[in-house]
Design a protein around this ligand. Sequence first.
Ligand code: AHG
Ligand code: MN
Ligand code: MN
Length: 330
Amino acid sequence: MELGTTLTRFIIAQQRKYPGASGDFSGLLAEIATAGKVISHEVNKAGLIDILGYKGKKNIHGEEVQKLDDFTNKVFMKTLSHTGHLAGIASEEMDDIYQIPEEFPRGKYVFLMDPLDGSSNIDVNISVGSIFSIYRRKSSGPLATMADFLQPGRNQVCAGYLIYGSSTMLVYTTGHGVHGFTLDPGIGEFLLSHEAIQIPSQATIYSINESYASEWSDGVQQYIEYAKKGDKTARYVGSLVADFHRNLLKGGIYIYPGDKKNPKGKLRLLYEAAPLAFIAEQAKGRASDGLSSMMDIVPESLHQRVPLVIGSPEDVIQAEKYMSKIDNPS
Ligand code: AHG
Ligand code: MN
Ligand code: MN
């Protein structure tokens, strides 16, 4: 479709092309876009209002909750609860699943989110984002159940992220390719700017936090040494959404490995790794935990962590060779 098409028009066109697919999400995606506009408006002036800094409490992960973590969580909850599409919501910022209140109609999907990714960067004006993932619920009762949320990434029906950077973008997939929309603040519309994104099969960027090198497994150590000897260059912003988005458009590999101190790494499976893995695969990329496809990992708990290797397929395969051969010799 032509650049500049509005998100609403694109969704309707997709609905015609794939009946019974994105049509289910038009209302939901429109509300996600609305939440993105509200958050973008706040993030873009965060330095001017009392929304920076810590809220003085810790979340289930033992991490300081930024005021903006709380704010973005509330914006998504308020915007999505009334849509009638959802039975429940899970969030990095909430210990347990949230049932849609009975005053609202309950729908057949569940929504999972990292409402603000890269929050430690917000005070220094580095890009941050929101990541989301949608599943069709498995249960049929009035209330959503944990089983509705603990599904492998392969079952996702929609995944995406918002990135609040030099511009605000919404990037999503419903299983029919990956499409990017850029917010035109002048008219308050997300306009098609990147249709059918495909990640380069191999590239020169590698993204990893090298300060943990002494804790890495031999496989990761040796892969990074191999990358350095080759034609690669390091790029690491410390916001997963920003690092992923750059690598999606330019190609590259992002690794947040497990290590001797934290064997499962830092990133969460359900609302960071699985949604980005769905997007990566739909953009002809690849995502794993170093051994198994990220999309096949069956979650055991809501906030479980997982090592993440994601990006250009040839680079990810190369990294997996080192990580499986050296770390998990059969
Ligand atoms: P969040 O802000 O949602 O907690 O996510 C932060 C994540 C991710 O965005 C980023 O890539 C990673 O933490 C950075 O971790 P390190 O500082 O350990 O590299
Ligand atoms: Mn995050
Ligand atoms: Mn977060």
